[in-house]
Each structure stands twice: as C-alpha cells, then as structure tokens.
Design a protein around this ligand. Structure first.
Ligand SMILES: *Cc1c(COP(=O)(O)O)cnc(C)c1O
Length: 453
C-alpha cells in the first residue's frame, strides 16, 4: 500500500464530515482495518475504539456472525427497492424491532441514517394532523441544547447554537424549552430544574397546543449537547403532558437505543411508550446504514385509504430497507439475545462508574456524567468553581489527540470528553481505555496550567 499517496489524495480530494480540514491536515488519520474493539491505521498503529466509531459499534469490528450474515445475504441479493415492494430481511427485521420496542409501536418505516429517521418523524407527525383535517397543528417543540442530526429538518428541531446558528434563516421555527440540567440551573438543584422545565412546557402547551404537532426529545440523555442526563420522572411527565394536550410524543433513540444506556431502549428507564420513535446507530451493530422511524397503528391509520384521498406518505430514499443492512441488523440482534448483552452492558456500566471515579480525582476534571456506557467527562480549569479552560485552547480536543498517541480514539464535544466504548468491550479493554484517558487528561490539562504560570 502506498501510504504517502493515500495521504496526498486524502488532503487533496477528501472533505470529512464535522471536521475543520485544517485540523485534519495537522493530524491526519487513515484507518485500514479493525478487529474487536481495536482499529488499525495504514501504518499498523492500533487504537482502542473509545467512541464506538462515533457511537455505533456494539460487538466490536469483524464480528463473525455479522460478517457471515452479510456474506450469505450477498449470495442472494444486495439491494432491491422498498418503494412499492418489500424484501425478505426487511420484513424479518420489522418483526424483531416490533418485539423489542415498547408496546404500542407497531409500524416500521425504514431509512438510512439517524437524521433521516428524524426528518421522517417530523414529516409523519406533521402530515398525521393534516390527514386528520387538524391543519393548524404545524409546529414542533424541542428541548434547548438538543441534537437530532444535521439535515435541514433535523437542525430545525435541534438547538445547539454553534452547529445551527449559521443556518438560522434556512430553518423552520420550533419552540424550545430549557433542558432540566442541574449544572446549568442557577440553583444547581436537579429537582428545581426539572420542575421549572416542566412548568415551562405546560405553559407552552396551554398557550399553543392548537398549533403544536409534536414534541421531539432525545431519550434520557442529550448526547451531542454534551452528555446531559434527564432527571428521573422527567421523560414520563413529558409523555403525560403530550397525552393531555393531544401532541405527538416523538422520542429520538438514535444514540441511546440498542443497549447503550443499560436498557434495550432508554425509554425503558421510565416505562415510556412514545407515539413515534427514531432508531439508527447501534441497529446494525455499527456495520451498515440502516435507520427506522417506528410508530403506532393510530398514526399509521391516518395515512391509510384510497389513493385518491391523497393521504399517502410520499417519502422515501433509494437505499431504504437495504437487504445487506437488514441482514446485518438481524445478526446483530441475534447476538444481543444469545449473549444477554443488555444485562452485560448494565454490569459493565457499573464497572465503568468505578473507573471514572478514579478519573474524577484529577485536578482538571469537573463533572462526570454517565448513563450506561454513555459517558461525558468535563474538563475544567478550576475544579472548585467549574470554570472552563478558554474555548480557543481546545483542551479537551488536545487531550483526545494525546489519547490517539497513547492508543485510543474518541472525539470531544466542546470541553467534554466522550467515552462510549463498544458494549462488547472486555473489562480489560475498559481498564486500558481508562488508563489512557487518565494519563492524557492529566498531561494536557496540567501542561496548560504550567504554561500560564
Ligand atoms: C447521531 C444522532 C442523530 C443523527 O444520526 P445520523 O445517523 O448521524 O444522521 C440523531 N439523533 C441523535 C440523538 C443522535 O445522537
């Protein structure tokens, strides 16, 4: 392999997602292969996959059962369209998904990415009310600091300022209610933050429910917003409020689904059953781009009728329901069952909690937030006041570059270091990752303080 040529071409012709290409020029990385929880670059350097290849991977890379399922499917067919015609593995996967998702969800609408599953949820909720003749219900409510993907519809219900502000004239307007985080609330008290957020939601619903089609929230954890957890009882109360005001409750499980939080779906922490649920990321074990928007018979029926009634959901993508992807998803879910993986992940999360307690003793580590194997480590300049390092110093980013040198990959969210190991990581893998994180955070944050003194 001509590694020099690969670098040259990557610099000359590639444009990577969510990446300042000047940063990439300074610290390029080209992955060549993977095995288990390790990735290998074109020079043969190995890296622990500390972010599950951007929150996707479940059983590690090159897991035999999934590899074989894709190969077997390939011997039949790679892809045929789902527009007007189903295919075998997409039906089998729909049956499985309905078994696994909360009661009340009965219909699976496929797509290819989390953002698309959200676009579909939005259009579905909107058209649901149109088809029912309640045409003034056209607005959406979201939580401040929420993230639902990067397409225009998804950013219109998202509210992370640094990602979305530049597109403000392009987006449709949504209502945003404060997220109930103790760390942002002036009182520092979770219960107060929760009560205020719920009161704001109720007031908004009272005043505007006639215009509101749906409320969309991430399930239990705001991921891209920096790993913030909902207080107990909050999601359940949102479900109740939506019911009271005839607003569709849309829960985004793209990041949290498939065991990531220690339950198959994070809504199970609260016994919630939404009207619409979006799923993606872990669905194929991190192998292939399959996503789905799952909904109730009630929503489905609003679209059902003679063609001339014009109730059809006119939405679809070329590769939707791809057979190779559905076969991978089926093999992925079979391993979940065989290995009792969700329970195992919950136990590993307890172990990770201990490892993170150790990291929390570092002088520049602030709050550490965790639900299951979804963790955020906040890097602060001053532990006592939680004062952050100046943003332009990019301390967390530099810590992740140091982790790369030490043999582990992850990406930060602002001043928060993301730790999301594959669910199948062994206890030894987790130990190794924790050691690397601790060393890198320690070195980088202290280096900064010395430089200032
Ligand atoms: C990642 C993510 C998305 C977007 O999924 P893509 O597959 O990257 O488009 C949507 N919602 C949440 C909560 C996510 O974490």
């Amino acid at each position: 392999m001509d590694t020099k040529h690969l670098y040259e071409i990557s610099q000359k012709h590639m444009w990577l997602p969510f990446t300042q290409m000047k940063d990439y020029e300074e610290a390029p990385l080209i992955i060549e292969s993977g095995e288990g929880v390790r990735l290998k670059d074109i020079h043969g350097n190995e890296y622990l996959d500390g972010y599950s290849s951007l929150w996707l991977n479940v059983h590690g890379h090159r897991r035999l059962e999934i590899d074989d399922a894709i190969k077997e499917q390939l011997d039949r067919i790679a892809h045929s369209t789902l527009l007007g015609a189903a295919n075998v593995p997409s039906i089998q996967l729909a049956e499985k998904l309905i078994q696994l998702t909360p009661e009340g969800l009965t219909r699976v609408f496929y797509s290819d990415s989390g953002a698309e599953s959200v676009e579909i949820a939005i259009k579905m909720a909107y058209q649901y009310w149109q088809n029912k003749g309640i045409t003034e219900k056209t607005k959406f409510v979201t939580l401040a600091n929420g993230y639902h993907g990067d397409t225009v519809g998804a950013i219109s219900v998202g509210s992370i300022d640094i990602y979305h502000r530049v597109y403000s004239a392009l987006m449709f307007n949504s209502f945003a209610v404060p997220f109930p985080s103790a760390s942002w609330h002036p009182s520092g008290d979770e219960q107060t933050a929760k009560e205020e957020s719920l009161a704001a939601m109720r007031t908004l619903f009272e005043e505007h429910h006639e215009q509101i089609a749906g409320l969309i929230v991430e399930s239990m954890v705001q991921g891209a917003g920096g790993m913030h957890m909902m207080p107990a009882g909050y999601l359940k109360e949102l479900e109740r409020l939506c019911g009271e005001f005839q607003i569709l409750f849309i829960v985004d499980e793209v990041a949290t689904g498939f065991g990531r939080t220690g339950k198959m779906f994070a809504v199970e922490h609260e016994g919630v059953s939404p009207d619409i649920m979006t799923i993606a990321k872990g669905i194929t074990g991190g192998y292939l781009p399959i996503a789905a928007t799952v909904t109730t018979e009630e929503v489905y029926e609003a679209f059902y009728g003679d063609y001339k009634e014009m109730k059809t959901f006119f939405h679809g993508h070329s590769y939707t329901g791809n057979q190779l992807g559905c076969a991978a998803a089926l093999a992925n879910l079979a391993i979940f069952e065989k290995e009792n993986l969700v329970e195992q992940a919950a136990r590993k999360a307890e172990y990770v909690k201990k490892l993170l307690t150790e990291i929390n003793t570092l002088p520049h580590v602030g709050e550490i937030r965790q639900l299951g194997l979804m963790c955020g480590i906040e890097i602060v300049k001053d532990k006592a006041t939680n004062e952050p390092f100046p943003a332009e110093e990019r301390t967390a980013y530099r810590a992740t570059l140091r982790m790369r040198e030490l043999g582990m990959l992850t990406r930060p969210l602002g001043n928060v270091i993301v730790f999301m190991p594959p669910l199948a990581s062994s206890y030894e893998d987790l130990d190794e990752m924790a050691v690397i994180m601790k060393q890198a955070i320690h070195e980088i944050s202290n280096e900064k303080v010395y430089a200032e003194n």
